[in-house]
Design a protein around this ligand. Structure first.
Ligand code: GUN
Length: 293
C-alpha cells in the first residue's frame, strides 16, 4: 500500500506555481487575482474561503473576499458578481456554495463571466469540459487528475467506479476519466443513492472514487485487492476535542488501506489537491486575461 500524499504533492505543486507567478511579476506584469464571494456565516464555508485567500498569498497572488449577509437580495448579489466580471484586475471569481435558499445558485453560476469561472461551474465551461476542450476544470476532479498523473497511476483500460453523482465532483470526475487522455481512458461506472448492488460494482473497480459524503461508507469487503482508492469525503463529525469535530472521509481507511495499492488519507489527501486545482485554474485564467501563451 502506498499513500497518495496530498500534503507532499500540494507543497511541490505550490512551489512550481509560485515560481511561475514570480516569473510573470519579473516581466513587469500585475499579480493574478482570485476573488471569493461568501454569503452568510456558515463555519465550513468561512474556513474554506480563508484557506483559499491564504493559498493565494503564499503563491504571491492577490485575493479578495467579498462577504455579504445571509439576507442579501438576489439582485444585489448578481450586481456584485457583475462588478467583479467587469473588473479587469480580477482573474478568477468563486461564489462559495451553498448560498442561502432564497438565492438561485444556478442563476449565480450563470452570471459569472465564463472566463473568470475558476470553479468550472458555468454551463459553458461544463460543456467544454465534456467535449474535452480547454477550460477550467472543477477543482476537486482537477486535483485528483493531477494526483493520478504525478503518482503515474495507470488508468487506461481500468474500471473506475465513482460513488456520487454531484455536479461538483461525481459527474465531472466520470467525464474526465472516460476521456481519451492520460489520466483517462477508464471504463467508468457511476454509482449513487439509487444504485442496486453498489458494493458489487465497487468490488469490480480497479479505481474507486468515493464522493458521496457519508463517513466510513466504503468498507474493506467492497474493495478489490490492489485497488486504487481515492477518498473525496470531508465530513465534520462531532468529537470530544478542542474544535468539537474531526474530519472523516467516505472510506473506512484502517480496514481498506491494507487491501489497496494506493490510497488517499483524510485529511491530507484530496482536500489539499482541491485547493491546488483552484490555484492552477486562477493562474490559467490570469494567462488567458494577460494573453500569455
Ligand atoms: N462548496 C463546496 N465545494 C465548493 C467549490 O468547489 N466551489 C465553491 N464555490 N463552493 C463550494
Amino acid at each position: 500500500m502506498q499513500l497518495l500524499d496530498g500534503k507532499v504533492l500540494a507543497k511541490a505543486i505550490k512551489a512550481e506555481l509560485k515560481e511561475q507567478v514570480a516569473g510573470y511579476l519579473a516581466q513587469g506584469r500585475r499579480k493574478p487575482h482570485l476573488c471569493a464571494i461568501l454569503v452568510g456565516e456558515d463555519g465550513a464555508s468561512k474556513t474554506y474561503v480563508a484557506s483559499k485567500a491564504r493559498d493565494c498569498d503564499e503563491l504571491g497572488m492577490d485575493s479578495s473576499v467579498l462577504h455579504f449577509p445571509a439576507d442579501i437580495r438576489q439582485e444585489e448579489l448578481l450586481a456584485e458578481i457583475e462588478k467583479v466580471n467587469n473588473n479587469p484586475a480580477i482573474d478568477g471569481l468563486i461564489v462559495q456554495m451553498p448560498v442561502p435558499k432564497h438565492i438561485d445558485s444556478l442563476l449565480v453560476m450563470n452570471t459569472i463571466d465564463p472566463s473568470k469561472d475558476v470553479d468550472g461551474f458555468h454551463p459553458v465551461n461544463v460543456g467544454k469540459m465534456f467535449k474535452g476542450l480547454p477550460t477550467y476544470l472543477p477543482a476537486t476532479p482537477y486535483g485528483i487528475m493531477m494526483m493520478l498523473e504525478r503518482y503515474q497511476i495507470e488508468t487506461a483500460g481500468k474500471h473506475c467506479v465513482v460513488i456520487g453523482r454531484s455536479d461538483i465532483v461525481g459527474k465531472p470526475m466520470a467525464a474526465l476519466l472516460m476521456q481519451n487522455t492520460y489520466p483517462g481512458n477508464c471504463t467508468v461506472t457511476i454509482c449513487h443513492s439509487r444504485t442496486a448492488d453498489l458494493a458489487e460494482h465497487c468490488r469490480r473497480a480497479d479505481i474507486v472514487i468515493a464522493a458521496l459524503g457519508k463517513p466510513g461508507f466504503v468498507k474493506a469487503d467492497m474493495v478489490k485487492e490492489g485497488a486504487v482508492v481515492i477518498d473525496v469525503g470531508i465530513t465534520r463529525v462531532d468529537a470530544d476535542n478542542e474544535r468539537g469535530y474531526v474530519i472523516k472521509g467516505d472510506v473506512e481507511f484502517d480496514e481498506v488501506a491494507p487491501k489497496s495499492s494506493f490510497i488517499t488519507p483524510v485529511p491530507g489527501g484530496v482536500g489539499l489537491m482541491t485547493r491546488i486545482g483552484l490555484l492552477q485554474n486562477t493562474l490559467n485564467a490570469y494567462k488567458v486575461h494577460e494573453g500569455i501563451q
